[in-house]
Design a protein around this ligand. Structure first.
Ligand SMILES: Nc1ncnc2c1ncn2[C@@H]1O[C@H](COP(=O)(O)OP(=O)(O)O)[C@@H](O)[C@H]1O
Ligand SMILES: CC(C)(COP(=O)(O)O)[C@@H](O)C(=O)NCCC(=O)O
Ligand SMILES: [Mn+2]
Length: 973
């Protein structure tokens, strides 16, 4: 336990990462600015007031010393040594357990930028090693032709870069934080990239930049035993900016008149640009390339001026308070406007005989002189509203910086100006004001852009200055911002009344109220599949019997306590500057070195994963409600998955708060974390769960559904084998669609589970799948598979089956389909999640499922052996033969993601390799085939299969109803 001083006490638990370490004991999550913050991009409330004023006060002198020395940074950083990918321990046996490239030197996991106002920290944390079975992976890699020599073999989803900040005046808190997280241990002297590695504290060196790197070096040595290696501040700013602009897709954006738009930057056309860092003071740097820059100007009127003067004039206690005041201010009471001087007239309306230049265009409302009214009035400071003072000050400083920036851009013919530094604080009005100034003075020629990691450029640059870590060599998509998680959300105590026994909700009621009329529940006792097989008790009857196990409530904690206690339905706030940044971490980048663009995308540049764009506010509101309403059930499952312990309940509560707060934040500012689509929201939820140590909330649910399904699989396969080709293919596709109902992510399906009716409904839909489906290309697909007019088509070479849910979905739906393809001579690659998401099956779980299925099916067994899925059984096959060598293989690869949706711009290298020889893609499930990729075009044939388990989506996407099915077949593009 490391007690932190100040008004926020953090509880530290050494054993756990981020969140648990730092759950705020104070239940007031909305406390105003706290001493320790994580990247705060909050406060994007757009003022209704017109911002058409401009600052006509030219001639402001840059009082800062014009340091115009040109620094050229060495570009000879060591390259990423991909050939030495075996990182720790025995590389033969284990996949590397770290994500950063393995070099002989270690990698830093902490760098600091200690500025005049704020200390910025960038640190790296490692994910757990969750790589899937090594032997299997090795065989798959051999099959796919991936050798360690030319391919990266780092585990997927291996680490995160965190961004945290503290007030410089609260240095002690920063030191406590570093110490609590053991960030001062390890480093360039240790040989293992591992927080457990013994550290010779005397030799630990940390990179730091900013004035405090000099000023506080002794304190760091004394308190943490750390020697500070000082890095040039400008050097770091530029390195950080270049890195972000190249590596993060939605890093830069424009902000004009309240409208934020992300800009797509061409990496080959990035330079030159002007970097304006608005910290306590302002630096203006002309950047010509990596390590090539020149500090061309600056101004001493910066963030420190606003905060310093503002504090004196308004008595505000915090920067945020000052900024918030400005939002309610009216600067006309204190600024002297053109109209004040010219008797209410626009300067441009003066008679032509007087007006020499008609180009100036100064309206009456233009600020002629900031604070100018204060000279003529007989007023004292107390007579002015602090709100007005704050706004006047903010405008004065923002316009001034915008103007000087433009003049410097003009000096060097630069069109693009990127603004960083914490003065901006993601504040809409500040950005609008700066943008206005740049736009106004350049007459639209120059563009002001802002950076999402605005204040961390220096710290990131310092982080990257560690020799040989190779971070700067990582390409786009390798460092991705998945979602802004990682550092603690200050969840607070559980409060609110404990719920009763959650098990009560399992009472079984009828299902007719849910199921659409088109499928009549009364027909469930009908003639089964209408087949001539002689089995009296069909597999389905057995499965129904198993149903009670599937729908039984998950084991929960003793009644009376629950993880739901303190959960609050998110509510949107408006009108004030958000202080949530102190509670929400919006500063984490995930380091995912193995991610690649899926090679079968027809047009990667045009590819947009999201089908539903949430820029329409009513759409966002709808999904906000859906996800909020689903939250109690999710927390219930998550807490149960961890045994319902008190700790789990506390984390469940904190998760609910954090997720709700993120949702609320996004409602207010949808682009807060980058461009927002539905897939991002769903991913946010998974990331948030992981953040609170819920690594697999549906673990036991998945297990029991798998078991029930595997128990009846042999009988299903037998039934299928009794059919002719055509009936079988149709039954297989029906089987996939029907089983997609086992979805714990859909509110409607969760209701069916809880009512105990889901199995019946599944049975019903398998028995009677009315065609045509809402989207029904089955006949086309059938023709491709079976041919027409007696012509046998060429079987597919390799099919990638993107599988979805555990249980019936994968076992009774996708596996039988895979088996059919294998039987026809097509290699099958099952593509599954790298990390759990809802009840989706993961790549790590699949080999066991396949192995179990293979026990009763020769086709699957041989294929699984050939694909390396049954490595242990290879010398011990059912009949002892070695026939697997000639069999068509069944393989499993991980997709590189941990969400119900898939962004095909970022897939695992394994999947990318598997895709090379594939000529058929089958995307299954709502997440993978509808929310994302519904409109994706592929170079090869694609089949998109899903049951639509959401009414609104059904209406919007297919003009249909809930539980309608989609079978979309698209020939190669
Ligand atoms: N919580 C905060 N406390 C103090 N200043 C803040 C805060 N948030 C934003 N600021 C603004 O950011 C400025 C510091 O920006 P920063 O980029 O960190 O520069 P420096 O490296 O000089 O500290 C402050 O002068 C102030 O204008
Ligand atoms: C999360 C899901 C995409 C999972 O569906 P799946 O991919 O398993 O078919 C889906 O359950 C979903 O969109 N749920 C949210 C909408 C709702 O509750 O209706
Ligand atoms: Mn799913």
């Amino acid at each position: 336990m490391a007690g932190l001083s100040g008004d926020q006490v953090l509880e530290i638990d050494d054993k756990t990462e981020d969140i648990q370490n730092n759950i705020n004991k104070d239940s007031n999550c909305d406390s105003n600015l706290t001493n320790r913050e994580v990247t705060d991009k909050a406060g994007l409330v757009v003022r209704g007031e017109e911002n058409s004023n401009n600052n006509n006060q030219g001639g402001e002198r840059d009082m800062a010393p014009p340091a115009s020395n040109s620094i050229h940074r060495s570009g000879s950083r060591p390259q990423l040594d991909l050939s030495k990918a075996a990182i720790q321990g025995s590389s033969e046996e284990r996949d590397p357990t770290i994500l950063l490239p393995n070099q002989s030197d270690d990698i830093s996991h902490l760098a600091l930028d200690i500025g005049g106002s704020l200390i910025k920290l960038v640190y790296f944390s490692r994910h757990e090693d969750r790589s899937i079975d090594d032997k299997r992976k090795k065989t798959v890699k051999e099959r796919l032709g991936i050798s360690n020599g030319n391919r990266r073999s780092y585990p997927i989803l291996g680490g995160r870069l965190h961004f945290v900040k503290f007030e410089t005046s609260k240095l002690n808190e920063c030191l406590d934080f570093i110490s609590s997280k053991q960030l001062h241990r390890g480093g360039i002297d240790s040989h293992h990239w591992n927080s457990e590695a013994p550290a010779n504290e005397n030799a630990v060196i940390k990179k730091a930049t900013g004035g405090g790197a000099y000023k506080f070096a002794d304190l760091f040595k004394e308190r943490l035993g750390v020697s500070i290696d000082k890095e040039d501040e400008m050097d770091c700013l530029v390195a950080g900016a270049n890195f972000l602009l190249k590596a993060i897709r939605h890093e830069a954006f424009t902000h004009m008149e309240g409208h934020k738009e992300f800009v797509q930057l061409d990496h080959n056309d990035l330079f030159p640009y002007l970097l304006v860092n608005i910290g306590s003071g302002v630096s203006m740097i002309k950047v010509d390339g990596d390590g090539k820059f020149q500090r061309v100007s600056g101004t001493n009127v910066g963030g420190g001026t606003y905060w310093g003067l503002g504090r004196l004039l308004t008595k505000c206690k915090s920067f945020d308070e000052l900024l918030e005041l400005s939002q309610r201010g009216d600067n006309r009471t204190i600024d002297m406007l053109v109209g004040d001087i010219y008797g209410g007239m626009d300067y441009s309306k003066l008679p032509p005989s007087i007006l020499k230049s008609s180009q100036i265009g100064l309206s009456a409302s233009t600020i002629a002189s900031s604070f100018g009214k204060a000279i003529s009035d007989k007023k004292e400071l107390e007579d002015y509203r602090p709100e007005d003072i704050s706004l006047s000050l903010l405008r004065m400083i923002s316009y001034n910086i915008g103007q000087i920036s433009y003049l410097n851009a003009l000096r060097f013919g630069l069109k693009r100006i990127f603004f960083g530094g914490f003065f901006i604080r993601g504040h809409a009005y500040t950005m609008d004001t700066i943008s206005f100034a740049v736009h106004f003075w350049s007459q639209g020629e120059a563009q002001a852009m802002f950076l999402r990691h605005e204040g961390f450029l220096g710290a990131l640059g310092a982080f990257m200055s560690y020799e040989k870590h190779g971070l700067d060599d990582l390409m786009v998509h390798q460092l991705v911002e998945r979602f802004p998680m990682g550092a603690p959300y200050t969840g607070g105590k559980i409060h609110g009344p404990p719920l009763g026994d959650l098990n009560e909700k399992a009472s079984i009621v009828g299902f007719c109220d849910i199921w659409p009329e088109s499928i009549n529940p009364l027909e469930i006792n009908g003639p089964g599949l209408g087949l001539s097989c002689s089995k009296r008790i069909s597999w389905m009857e057995k499965f129904v019997l198993k149903g009670t196990e599937i729908t039984a409530p998950v084991p929960m904690a003793p009644p009376g306590t629950t993880g739901l206690g303190g959960f609050e339905v998110p509510s949107s706030r408006g009108g004030t500057l958000r202080s949530d940044a102190s509670a929400l971490n919006v500063g984490v980048l995930h380091l995912v070195p193995t991610l690649e663009v899926f090679p079968l995308l027809a047009n990667p540049k045009m590819y947009e994963p999201n089908t539903i764009d949430l820029s329409d506010h009513s759409e966002l509101e709808y999904w906000f409600t859906v996800l909020s309403e689903h939250l109690p059930d999710l927390v219930d499952k998550a807490v149960a998955s961890e045994g319902g312990t008190d700790d789990a309940k506390r984390r469940g509560d904190a998760f609910a708060r954090a997720f709700s707060a993120h949702l609320a934040r996004l409602m207010e500012e949808p682009a807060a974390y980058g461009k927002l689509g539905l897939a991002n929201l769903l991913e946010l939820r998974e990331e948030c769960l992981r953040e609170f140590q819920f690594h697999d909330a549906y673990r036991s649910i998945k297990q029991r559904e798998n078991e029930a399904s595997l128990a009846v699989l042999p009988d299903l396969l037998m039934e299928l084998d009794c059919m002719d080709e055509e009936a079988r293919l149709l039954t297989l596709i029906e089987g996939v669609l029907a089983a997609n109902i086992f979805d714990w992510g859909s509110r409607a399906c969760v209701d069916l589970y809880h009512k105990g009716t889901i199995i019946e409904i599944y049975r019903m839909s398998r028995n009677k799948m009315q065609r045509p489906w809402r989207v029904d290309d089955f006949d086309l697909f059938k023709e491709r598979m079976l041919g027409s007019e007696g012509k046998k088509p060429q079987p597919h070479n390799r099919a990638l089956l993107f599988v979805d849910n555990s249980g019936a979905d994968v076992v009774l739906g996708m596996l039988p389909l895979a088996r059919e393809l294998i039987r026809r001579g097509t290699e099958v690659v099952l593509v599954a999640n790298s990390l759990p998401a809802l009840n989706d099956v993961t790549a790590m779980e699949l080999p066991d499922i396949v192995a179990e299925a293979a026990k009763h099916c020769d086709i699957l067994r041989r294929a699984a052996e050939a694909g390396g899925l049954l490595v242990d059984a290879m010398n011990n096959t059912l009949d002892g033969s070695k026939e697997n060598a000639s069999s068509v293989p069944l393989m499993v690869v991980e997709n590189g993601c941990g969400s119900p949706c898939i962004d095909l711009r970022q897939v695992s290298s394994e999947l990318a390799a598997a895709a090379k020889d594939a000529d058929l893609i089958i995307l299954e499930g709502m997440g993978r085939a509808l929310h994302t990729n519904f409109n994706a075009q592929f170079k090869c044939e694609a089949l998109k299969l899903a049951m639509v388990k959401n009414q609104r989506l059904a209406e919007k996407l297919i003009k249909g109803k809930i539980y309608d099915c989609v079978c979309r077949y698209e020939p190669a593009n």
